[in-house]
Design a protein around this ligand. Structure first.
Ligand SMILES: Cc1ncc(COP(=O)(O)O)c(C=O)c1O
Length: 376
């Protein structure tokens, strides 16, 4: 059977290695996974309690309109319900947006080292992915992105994806940069500006602004949020799209009516109001990030200051060798070779004992594997 060149050229998305697989392969009892930016505290307890209450109605299909969940989100986020919808994780929303808004071979614009789902969905939907270089300090270059869009109409760019903060770099764009970006591209009817805010709750930088602040002023703006990180619900698969009503109407026509199951809807509605858990998660994450920053400095490793719940660091070695050696010691980190970074690894903030075990294992492995020579 014939398969399009875009699909043949795809490299499959490589998720973090599961704990059970690592235990089996290496004969280990204790394995720590700090590879998928998951919440080390587990799911929101309020979400779990809410889910237990509705187990006995699971013979019914879920509410396709997600009325209860969207009503809660509308109240908590102060966004009209008609301007929101749900996805099976924000991954699904990213994929549907590329399907809905781009014809074959049209363009999707993002940044190099931007979240990989944009590339995967673009290729799967036979679109051309265009990536502008990062700034010198590894941030999305919003000016270069706007310049590219405005100077290259022949690229037929229909979607621009900005992860703010970005994964795997942990870097972010400032309010001033958003102001300028929206001034130049806001209000156009030929492109949607998609701000993916999976890590927004972890941001500490004063000059950060969520794109949510702009939704009333920028009519071609789409914001994505996920319940997989701060709320600890990655396994439930819930993402949210906040967009103009016209976009939501189209999105709802294309998504499967039961794309988010009932347990997931109930869990998300409870989690978004679990303020105690959210605060606990943020504090633990910041503690973990600050600890890693101190320890990487002590170990002489370069890293990127992060506004997410993870840090990207330079092992100065073949990262796959470091990764393998860490697996043998029961620690799963995330290689980022697929982002063109053969020396870096990504680690997310875990519980204090997980963080300490990770640094101990890393310190041992760094002694075992010599750094690459400067010429490499
Ligand atoms: C920037 C970014 N966007 C979206 C997602 C996807 O999240 P979800 O679990 O909602 O599909 C992730 C997950 O790692 C992410 O890092």
């Amino acid at each position: 059977m014939k398969v399009s060149p875009e699909i043949l050229g795809m490299t499959p998305y490589k998720p973090g290695k599961p704990i059970s697989e690592t235990q089996r392969e290496y004969g280990l009892k204790t394995v720590y996974k700090l590879a998928s930016n998951e919440n080390p505290l587990g799911p929101s307890p309020k979400a779990l309690a809410a889910v237990r209450n509705v187990l006995d109605r699971q013979h019914l299909y879920p509410d396709p309109s997600a009325y209860d969940l969207l009503t809660t989100l509308s109240r908590v986020w102060s966004v009209p319900r008609e301007r929101m919808s749900i996805g099976n994780g924000s991954d699904e929303i990213i994929d549907l947006l590329t399907r809905i808004y781009c014809e074959a071979h049209e363009g999707v614009l993002t940044s190099k080292v931007g979240f990989q789902a944009y590339a995967v969905s673009s290729a799967a939907n036979r679109l051309r992915l265009i990536e502008t270089p990062l700034t010198a300090d590894w941030r999305f270059d919003l000016k270069a992105m706007a310049d590219h869009f405005l100077s290259r109409p022949e690229d037929k760019i229909r979607l621009i994806f900005v992860a703010n903060p970005n994964n795997p770099t942990g870097t972010y764009n400032t309010r001033a940069e958003l102001d300028e970006f929206f001034r130049r591209l806001g209000g156009r009817d030929d492109v949607l500006l998609v701000f993916d805010e999976a890590y927004t709750e972890f941001v500490r930088a004063d000059d950060y602004a969520s794109a949510m602040e702009y939704i009333d002023r920028v009519p071609n703006l789409v914001v994505l949020r996920t319940f997989s990180k701060t709320y600890g619900l990655a396994g439930f698969r819930v993402g949210t799209i906040i967009a103009p009503k016209e976009v939501i109407d189209i999105y709802n026509r294309v998504r499967k009516p039961f794309n988010v199951n009932d347990l997931a809807q109930v869990a998300a509605a409870a989690a978004v109001e679990d303020t105690e858990f959210i605060e606990k998660t943020r504090r633990l994450t910041w503690e973990g990030l600050d600890y890693f920053a101190r320890e990487f400095t002590r170990l002489g490793l370069k890293f990127l200051p992060s506004q997410g719940n993870f840090i990207l660091f330079d092992t100065e070695r073949d990262a796959l060798k470091v990764y393998e050696a860490l697996l043998k010691r029961g620690l799963i980190l995330r290689p980022v070779l697929n982002y063109g970074l053969p020396r870096h690894l990504r680690i997310n903030a875990g519980l204090p004992e997980e963080n300490a075990a990770a640094i101990k294992a890393l310190e041992e492995v760094l002694k075992e594997i010599p750094p690459l020579t400067a010429s490499k």
